[in-house]
Design a protein around this ligand. Sequence first.
Ligand code: GYE
Length: 319
Amino acid sequence: MKNACVLLAMLAIVLAGCSRDEGKQAGQVTVGFSQVGAESEWRTANTASVKSALVAPGFDLKFSDAQQKQENQIKALRSFIAQRVDVIAFSPVVESGWEPVLREAKAAGIPVVLTDRAVKVSDASLYASLIGSDFIEEGRKAGRWLLQDSTGKPGPIRVVELQGTVGSAPAIDRMKGFHEVIDTDPRFKLVRSQSGDFTRAKGKEVMEAFLKAEGGHIDVLFAHNDDMAIGAIQAIEEAGLTPGKDIRIVSIDGVRGAFEAMKAGKLNATIECNPLFGAQLAQLIRDVHAGKPVPKRIVVEEGVFTQDQAAAALPGRKY
Ligand code: GYE
């Protein structure tokens, strides 16, 4: 079979029928990567970063998009196990419900690397490492920015919150970090908090409902990502209010759209969440595959940006 394949290649005939191993280059690591979806600008940048790092000849990447559904991710993971990839990497859409499939991977001897989002499992040996941001700290940074920006302002300060995907690590942790900070100041009143699933369309829809329910009496919006904030900005404008002034807005990610909104005075601050860890992930996968010891947690470094910095920072932004 192998000789037959070589012959076919020499004759420039399509290599249909040859198995993966026969086509694989020596030392190449086959990686099954299951991505959350394409719900946000952040995710698009993350996918591009991962895809550009996991390339031949070092890697053979099998990429699967779960369209924000856990059942799709579980199916993808099972198919990676059946194909006997060398390493599985995935960004889990939600935190819970992974134990059975992770046990299957472990039984098959396939190491798993988590990217971006965490899982809740009782046995930490079910994954090798998690590379991604500290979402609790991001929530705290948003809270600290709000406290500082509210210096001298009288209470009550009416806050609404657009949460990310229900049950996802960033939604749970950002909420936790933010409340940890603002709950120390009795001027802040959380009047509404609901999921906008990390998308612009839902962010707009939920903000419309908030504005209606509160008769426009909202002072601050905290959105768990920039895309939802951008959707909400539209809803605020359509309601005849001025985003960034009538309603101060802080969100998370630091995508280009957020910098543009800040430059236009419509968004007040964004907390950076860096999606460009493809190269670091590639190294991590190589190490895991080689059986080297790796840190259980790799935290991506990030900052805070405000309106006054937006115009200067925008040209240098890479996502
Ligand atoms: O903030 C959001 C995306 O998991 C950090 O998911 C990621 C989040 C990011 O949809 O925009």
